[in-house]
Design a protein around this ligand. Structure first.
Ligand code: SF4
Length: 185
């Protein structure tokens, strides 16, 4: 991938709200079967949307899928946290995840238009495009993308391996960071 193209996509990510964006070599991305267990046992979003397990691609599939790529862009959003804003957690969570969706889909589209036709975005967290997912046929296939962790990607390691402080948050929380990954080539 041309250096100037990557620089253009980094600038685009920042224009779309990223607090940081860094190129990632896809073969360095770590996957694990354990992420599925964390989704199934402990996450309230398990089975709630077509972008989460058991509907999302498995780690085995994702390992093969990632083998089609060399270059990617990891994007970070920084969300200031004020408990007052988050009193209605559902609305707050939805707003954050729609912003992250706009960011990763915006970069994916920009890359596609630059002739990186394999560009494909993944994001952290469940799909929030519908209030309730119909769990049968996606009504926003142009924007719904699977959760990276649901597909077996170790997002904590991905962030840490690429220069971000990705330790588990302990209170008092003043801001938090969420991530998306756009596969490019
Ligand atoms: S866009 Fe709607 S139908 Fe599609 S996966 Fe997301 S919640 Fe489900």
């Amino acid at each position: 991938m041309k250096q100037e193209d990557m620089e253009h996509l980094i600038a685009k990510a920042k224009e779309l709200g990223a607090s940081a964006a860094v190129p990632v070599s896809v073969p360095t991305i770590k996957l694990g079967m354990w992420t599925r267990m964390k989704c199934q046992y402990g996450c309230p979003n398990y089975g709630q949307t077509l972008c989460c397990p058991p509907h999302a691609p498995s780690a085995e599939f994702t390992r093969k899928f990632l083998a089609d790529y060399t270059h990617s862009l990891l994007v970070q959003m920084t969300i200031p946290y004020d408990p007052e804003d988050a009193k209605d957690w559902n609305a707050y969570d939805r707003k954050i995840h729609l912003a992250l969706t706009d960011l990763v889909i915006g970069v994916e589209r920009e890359a596609f238009l630059m002739n990186y036709y394999k560009a494909f975005a993944l994001k952290a967290g469940r799909c929030r495009l519908c209030d309730t997912c119909n769990l049968k046929k996606c009504v926003h296939p142009d924007r719904a993308r699977p959760s990276a962790e649901a597909c077996g990607i170790d997002v904590m390691a991905l962030a840490a391996d690429n220069g971000f402080d990705s330790r588990v948050l302990r209170g008092p929380v003043k801001e938090f960071k969420i991530y998306g990954l756009i596969l490019l080539d």
